[in-house]
Design a binder for this molecule. Structure first.
Ligand code: ADP
Length: 476
């Protein structure tokens, strides 16, 4: 039987461009799916992508698009990376920018047009080349679902929401300039409190909708997590399901990780990473726990909770390292605490190499996210023998089991959870972690168990394949 043709549409994919979890997923999932499907990935050719390093070559193909009154000429490029064909969309307005979406906390003013061009380019390509499924991701490619329905295309669409907090909301006046018919501007499609909402359009027109964990798929139907779309999602819940993310087995494998200095298969070997890191960071404390936080500096990641517990945690015999970038207003209170403590290191940057070094060195990961669609950090941490301390929400609730329920026979990973997003509850969980660290045998047993768990894409990619089958059957 010939493989189904899938076009995986994304605004970012590691290692070409990554700002967060979507970049990791867009790299690993198409690879995992390739076992059973024929997957091509399509993304913008941002100026930051090194064409020569990845042998990206022109496809000698142009797409001529009309959006409102303007004509755009889009050129396509391609390369094969880790067995997956990557198609790149180049158009200066879309691609020639310093950032992917805008400076931290401020999207580019013309993002509607930029990603409107991206969606029209994908739709034009789908008009010329046969694909069974267009797998869309987040608001940046969501409008493809609407454009394909308009064209009565036979290609089925699956839209995956990686984070409902980002919907692509713009002034309604932009509608015409991005080549979308005004008749779609109503409450059952693109209209959202008088504005234009890309993601809502995608939800309305896609054939199926997924989020990146089953728990988050339920949570987004409630006002606390629905970001204003809970009612609309409730209406569409008949085509909504959750599939938990996995990790790329090559990039996040402690024994094969090319970014760490001491690849490891067990806790004893892992210790070499901690030793080297502490030395490089001028810290002492091989026998005290190393806590890390890695993440975007946004309200979502629970930085307020982190800032609140930091002074008391810093008084314990431990080291704490924080790596993150984003909203600079979160830096000041962290700097304030750090100046009084020699066991805190702050790194306000995005640094892939540094993040891998930290996962490899750490004993505990702090992840007090207020909401978390899936979260990859906790999976990476468990794989690398760092025990996660997480707020029990979304994908964190689904992927981390409480240590008090430890059962060596379950294939799931363990960590410390707190239910209420308060500094007191977070603090309590950290206290448990400090106690656990003193129980050397128990700590070692859990660390070993977590490192052996399967956090790969194996099971979840099969679930996506099953969904594709279901979608294609529905059109027979
Ligand atoms: P989100 O997509 O909300 O940012 P995820 O947990 O899904 O969060 O994925 C985050 C990914 O980005 C992980 O691979 C994490 O290691 C990485 N990451 C986040 N912040 C940084 C940073 N400052 N430097 C390096 N990697 C980072």
């Amino acid at each position: 039987m010939s493989k189904r043709r899938i076009l995986f549409c994304t605004s970012e994919a590691y290692p070409f461009a990554k700002t967060g979890g979507l970049g990791d997923v867009a790299h690993a999932l198409p690879k995992a799916l390739s076992a059973t499907e024929s997957v091509d990935l399509i993304m913008p050719l941002y100026q930051s992508i090194d064409r020569a390093a990845f042998s990206i070559v022109p496809l000698h193909k142009e797409l001529h698009l009309t959006l409102g009154q303007r004509l755009f000429c889009v050129t396509l490029y391609e390369c094969v990376y880790e067995e997956v064909r990557h198609i790149f969309v180049y158009e200066p307005l879309l691609c020639d920018r310093e950032f992917l979406y805008g400076a931290p906390n401020a999207g580019y003013a013309d993002n509607a047009l930029r990603f409107g061009i991206f969606c029209h380019a994908i739709t034009a390509l789908l008009g010329e080349s046969h694909y069974d499924i267009a797998h869309l991701n987040d608001w940046q490619s969501a409008l493809v679902a609407l454009l394909l329905k308009e064209k009565k295309s036979p290609t089925k669409t699956l839209l995956t929401i990686h984070n409902l907090a980002y919907q692509g909301i713009f002034e309604c006046a932009t509608l015409e300039s991005i080549g979308i018919d005004k008749r779609h501007f109503h409450m059952d499609a693109l209209e959202f409190y008088g504005s234009l909402n890309f993601l809502k359009g995608g939800i309305a027109f896609c054939d199926w909708l997924t989020t990146v964990s089953e728990v988050y798929a339920q949570e987004i139907l409630t006002p606390a997590f629905g970001c204003g779309l809970e009612g609309f999602l409730e209406h569409h819940k008949g085509k909504l399901s959750g599939i938990i993310n996995g990790l790329d087995e090559r990039d996040f494998h402690p024994l094969h990780d090319r970014l760490i200095t001491h690849p490891f298969a067990n806790a004893t070997q892992k210790a070499a990473n901690k030793r080297a890191y502490l030395q490089a960071a001028n810290l002492k404390g091989m026998r005290t726990p190393l806590f890390i936080f890695i993440g975007r500096f946004t309200h979502q990641k629970g930085l307020n909770l982190l800032t609140q517990i930091l002074p008391s945690l810093a008084q314990e015999a431990c080291n704490i390292v924080i790596l993150g970038d984003g909203d600079a207003s979160f830096q000041t209170p962290l700097l304030e605490v750090a100046k009084n403590h020699t066991n805190i290191r702050l790194h306000f940057e995005y640094n892939e190499l540094h993040s891998h070094t930290l996962y490899a060195s750490a004993d505990f990961l702090l992840m007090p996210s207020l909401f978390e669609p899936c979260g990859l950090n906790q999976l990476i941490a468990m794989r690398y023998g760092a025990i996660p301390i997480v707020h029990s929400v979304g994908g964190l609730k689904e992927s981390v089991q409480a240590i008090k329920d430890f059962d060596p026979k379950t294939p799931k990973g363990y960590g410390l959870l707190f239910t209420h997003p308060s500094a007191a509850a977070f603090h309590e969980a950290i206290q448990e972690a400090l106690n656990l660290y003193k129980e050397r045998k128990k700590f070692a047993k859990i660390r070993k168990h977590n490192m052996a768990c399967d956090f790969s894409w194996r099971k979840s990619s099969v679930k996506y394949s099953t969904l594709y089958t279901k979608l294609l059957r529905s059109s027979e």
